[in-house]
Design a protein around this ligand. Structure first.
Ligand SMILES: Nc1ncnc2c1ncn2[C@@H]1O[C@H](COP(=O)(O)OP(=O)(O)OP(=O)(O)O)[C@@H](O)[C@H]1O
Ligand SMILES: O=P(O)(O)OC[C@H]1O[C@H](OP(=O)(O)OP(=O)(O)O)[C@H](O)[C@@H]1O
Ligand SMILES: [Mg+2]
Length: 288
């Protein structure tokens, strides 16, 4: 029997460079997909999993997906908004987190109303123009490709709007943020929204499995049955905790997934309740 495997391929766009590139490749690898070994490679066919990967500039990815040229993409929420493409965010991926902020010379600006009549430099003109229009603020917006912070010192802008992660680039340039955060960003999975191919559901579940495995751990403990209700209230699990009898009369073993964050405190609380043999183990992959 012959089958046309290429007809069923899911076409996925992955950032080829920049802040999102390494983490995007890592999440896909953890989800069981082949990934390129060489950063110059442009495409990669993972025939076994029915996926073809295209390594593209993250700024272009929402456009390819919005037009339907590619089925799925990983890009930044800020880049998706900036592109104006019709691609839709399916889920946040928990990396590439940043805030998009206005900034000016330290101490000079404190309120968004002061933006009126200023010259604003940014690489994200779509996001900035939409933000200003929503608030009825009239300012001139210039697009720069990068190193936006320097534009104020060079006298071509009064204010910038840029990605802030640690804030160290702003500090070095003698700038500080002001006004509300324009946008909270992170890497996101995008699709066209309508007419998503069948293979996408497996892809989505795999990626979601990686995110859950990263943010949850497995907790096991033994406890006297009379404390079971109080203990399982602390560890309700996703569906419900597994409770199994122990050979020791009146004792049970409990197993439940718990959020990684706060797991040490939870162990202390369970110990105080009388739990013993409390174990924490990593989850490598899961499907919920
Ligand atoms: N420190 C950061 N600097 C820039 N972008 C970041 C940072 N942290 C997260 N990001 C996100 O990375 C995406 C920008 O992708 P891009 O490929 O332009 O990265 P970049 O690191 O700015 O690359 P380049 O070297 O081309 O400037 C945006 O979604 C942005 O929010
Ligand atoms: O808050 P921080 O941790 O300092 O990170 C934010 C900086 O990182 C990015 O610059 P990038 O390195 O991408 O250079 P670019 O400005 O040329 O794009 C961004 O444009 C900011 O300048
Ligand atoms: Mg950059």
């Amino acid at each position: 029997m012959t089958t046309d495997a290429s007809a069923a391929l899911l076409r996925v766009a992955v950032p080829n460079k920049g802040s999102l590139s390494v983490a995007a490749t890592e999440i896909l690898r953890e989800a069981g997909y082949r990934q390129r070994e060489d950063s110059k490679q442009l495409t990669l066919l993972d025939r076994e999993n029915g996926v073809e990967f295209f390594y593209l500039r993250p700024r272009d990815i929402a456009l390819y997906v919005g037009e339907g040229t590619l089925d799925v993409g990983i890009t930044g929420r800020d880049l998706l908004r900036d592109s104006g493409a019709t691609a839709e965010e399916v889920m946040g991926l928990g990396f590439g987190r940043s805030r998009f902020r206005f900034a000016g010379p330290a101490g000079r600006y404190s309120d968004l109303a002061e933006l009126a009549g200023t010259r604003i430099a940014t690489s994200y003109t779509g996001v900035v123009r939409a933000f200003l229009a929503e608030r009825g603020i009239d300012a001139s917006v210039t697009r720069l490709d990068g190193a936006v912070e320097t534009s104020i010192q060079l006298g071509v802008a009064d204010v910038i709007a840029d990605v802030v992660e640690t804030g160290s680039t702003l500090r070095r340039a003698g700038l500080e943020t002001f006004g509300e955060t324009i946008l909270e960003s992170e890497a996101v999975l995008v699709t066209r929204g309508s007419s998503v191919p069948g293979g996408f559901e497996v892809f989505r579940r795999r990626v979601e499995g990686v995110l859950v495995a990263r943010s949850y751990v497995m907790m096991d403990y033994d406890i006297e049955e009379l404390h079971l209700t109080a203990a399982t209230a602390l560890t309700p699990g996703i569906e419900s905790p597994t409770v199994a009898p122990l050979r020791r009369e009146g004792w049970v073993a409990v197993r439940a997934m718990v959020p990684r964050e706060g797991a040490q405190r939870l162990m202390d609380d369970l110990y105080d309740l009388g739990a013993r043999g409390i174990l924490l183990t990593d989850i490598h992959a899961c499907r919920l």
